[in-house]
Design a protein around this ligand. Structure first.
Ligand code: LLP
Length: 437
């Protein structure tokens, strides 16, 4: 009945997640509150990992794309489930280092890594730097030679695949700030250059075709295009590329209308394509890497709010405001993303009216859901917005100087805080009034 299998209705007729009653969670931790179901995160990790074992003889590594939700505890869970980690900034890498994540399972992405970030990665001997461009390649070679190291790199390639997703999150085409394109020869140039550099080891290729994709075809097509490039590199440069990273982007169920593919099916289908193309082209089977982010954590998360102001503008719209908003979930404001929601203190109430859920920020676009069917609500009701585990906390801000909510991890009826609630002191923590002011 809910978009996420993490949720059910308990005997008190309250929403329950990870064995915890949402009303109790709110009484204990307050609102707004991010809640993450540990069991479902682990289950999702295993689904991918088992599929890699089953369909590709375990000749690969599943990375958790930590941009979806990067905290030390979440890194620890990914580590315990045997996943690697995709990081895209010094901050994400630092989080992983502090969480004790094994460095030989970390991949570092990004289109404009600073020299400091590259040093941090090289000093910590991470498994792979995914090189975005020629300038970066030269920076890495310089740093590595200064340190007397050889760095294992792969290359971010634009395979030119249209994955039919929201324009903002589509990254596989030539008009993109990420990577080097195949079609204008840049990709072959950078690999040709790299094999000549003394402190660089060319280990793999990478592509990422977009996010929240519901179709297997673009992934199959990307695998095919990338393998053809691997064959071309072998023919032209005599270099065998050992690793192919196909990125992330697998779609999840945000609303009842969304119909995602079982995550393991991606590995199953793509594995078949890889075997076929490798046989046809006479290249050896690459080590496969994939990088799901959203599909590991999104459905495992909900956000709980208290309902405040209700404004029924007759004949126009009914606005229901909650005590959070675009600060903790900017996805409607950014992408007009759709969410499903329920009243946590009576989740089975029939949805009888159309409302628009607004946040408390000083901004008209601060909405969480527009024109969705909900039960009649009253002040003090607890609103649960569903499937908020990915790209919510990680994209949160202190706009309007609103403190960020805490993140609580639930399992078997136990709730543990993994990120503390911010308070007003956190808000002014970095402020300085200069003495001469
Ligand atoms: N690998 C790379 C290189 C990526 O750029 C991304 C996402 C992923 C993996 C993970 O993709 P996922 O499995 O999570 O779809 N803020 C947007 C999503 C941006 C995704 C950026 N890259 C949103 O809230 O929808």
């Amino acid at each position: 009945m809910f978009v996420s299998k993490a949720l059910k209705i308990n005997s008190k007729n309250h929403l329950e997640i990870g064995g915890c009653d949402c009303v109790d969670l709110v009484n204990e931790f307050g609102t707004p509150l991010y809640v993450m179901d540990e069991g479902l995160i682990r289950e999702n990790c295993q689904l991918y990992k088992n599929a890699m074992d089953k369909y590709y003889n375990g000749n690969g590594l599943v990375l958790y794309a930590s941009k979806a939700l990067c905290t030390m505890a979440i890194c620890r869970i990914a580590q315990q489930e045997g996943l690697g980690l995709d990081v895209v900034s010094g901050g994400e890498l630092y989080t992983a280092i502090k969480a004790g994540f094994p460095m030989d399972r970390i991949y570092f992405h990004g289109n404009n890594k600073t020299k400091e970030e590259l040093e941090l990665a090289i000093d910590n001997n991470i498994r792979r730097i995914v090189v975005d461009n020629r300038q970066e390649l030269n920076h890495i070679n310089e740093i590595a030679s200064r340190k007397g190291k050889t760095v294992n790199v792969s290359f971010r390639i634009k395979p030119g695949i249209d994955a039919h997703t929201h324009d903002f999150i589509q990254t596989g085409q030539i008009d993109s700030k990420f990577g080097v394109a195949l079609e204008n020869g840049e990709a072959l140039e950078i690999v040709t250059e790299a094999v000549k550099l003394s402190n660089i080891n060319v280990a793999g290729l990478h592509c990422h075709i977009g996010s929240q994709i519901f179709d297997i075809k673009p992934f199959e097509e990307a695998a095919r295009v990338m393998l053809e490039f691997i064959a071309q590199i072998k023919e032209k440069l005599g270099v065998e590329i050992e690793e192919l990273n196909l990125g992330g982007g697998y779609g999840i169920k945000y609303t009842p209308e969304d119909d995602p593919i079982e995550y393991d099916k991606y590995i199953e289908s793509v594995s078949k394509v890889i075997r076929n193309v490798c046989e046809n082209k006479g290249i050896k089977l690459p080590f496969i890497v994939m990088e799901p982010g959203r599909s590991i954590v999104a459905s495992a998360g909900i956000t709980l709010y208290k309902i405040g102001t209700i404004k029924d503008i007759k004949g126009v719209r009914k606005y229901v405001a909650v005590d959070g908003g675009m600060g903790d979930n900017p996805r409607y404001a950014l992408y007009q993303s759709k969410y499903d929601a329920v009243i946590a203190n009576r989740p089975d109430a029939p949805k009888t009216e159309k409302i628009t859920i607004a946040g408390k920020c000083c901004e008209s676009g601060d909405l969480l859901a527009k024109d969705i069917m909900m039960p009649e609500v009253k002040e003090g009701d607890i609103l649960a917005v569903l499937a908020t585990g990915a790209y919510n906390y990680s994209m949160s801000s202190n706009y309007n100087r609103i403190p960020r909510p805490p993140v609580v991890l639930v399992k078997d009826g136990k709730a543990r805080v993994i990120v503390k609630r911010e308070d007003y002191n956190d808000i002014i923590r970095n402020d300085i009034i200069p003495e001469d002011l």
